[in-house]
Write a protein that binds this ligand. Sequence first.
Ligand code: AHM
Ligand code: MG
Length: 338
Amino acid sequence: MSQYTSFYKFISEEQREHPFSSGKLTGLLLEVLSACKKIAFLTGQGQLASQAMGTAGTENVQGEQQKKLDILSNELFIESTQWCGYLAGMASEEMDHSLPVPDIYPRGNYLITFDPLDGSSNIDINVSVGTIFSILELTEGVGKPGDEDFLQAGVKQVCAGYCLYGTSTMLVLTTGRGVNGFTLDPGTGDFYLTMPDIKIPEETSEFAINTSYSRHWEPPVKRYIDECLAGEEGPLKKNYNMRWVASMVADVHRLLCRGGIFMYPMDANMVAKGVSGKLRLLYEANPMSFIVEQAGGVASTGSERIMEIQPSELHQRVPVIMGSKVEVERVVGYHQNS
Ligand code: AHM
Ligand code: MG
């Protein structure tokens, strides 16, 4: 592995470039990585980890069936990070409310939001899943954080990342200075820089959307997908390819590797049910938007930049349209004209 830079060397060198850096973010990230490695090991065991397979028989705050692995991954993430002294509190897809760091541990200045196992409906069929996280700063003067302290717009994130448990385990990370990807060497347990300075191509001919909802789509989304499907003979004058893994981590990772547009848009069915989207702002849409924007892409709800939304609830949902600049701007333009 000597030809690759280890994560620790990479992050230490980044830290050295900031003379006033305290090393606290580095310290926190190392514990986040340790959580991800444990989750990677657990998911990698598949059916052999029989105690971790199947549904837990419980629902999360959003009324979704929890898998045992959702709950175990959530516990692993908390256990691995809460003691480190850099965190003040955490909020997760699998917990109704935020969790302040228990009094027995020192409390730091960072908050973390996370989806411990995104795409968990794919676990049973051995398809890629992942962990998504977003790091925020606790407002000065607040001792023990509550839910309201997490309600910060995405532009305030100091770091965002995801760990993809795919054919290999990869960490993709931004601290606001570009995006870098690291691959886990299962032999040594270290992550190595394998995708430096990731950039999303501005144009694409690949789209990702769950087309089974097409009858509910709003006109701007329907128009765009119809134009993609029309191929060379249509107004976009090129043939498009479609991919949908149904794990946001895997679908966004594809954007970063070869461009594309990923959409989980608003639709009439959601309007009828009174929900404001599928994906959650604080631990799915915001961290992925930070990564996509830092890689030169665009992330929008169709009507506004995702990272500028002022959250009003911990588990708030938003429509998501993200990826290659030219394509996302086209769909946003269709929203503006509708
Ligand atoms: P989860 O966090 O409960 O796994 O749900 C989020 C996932 C995303 O990863 C993915 O984009 C989407 O749900 C798939 O939804 P659908 O099954 O409607 O295609
Ligand atoms: Mg999720």
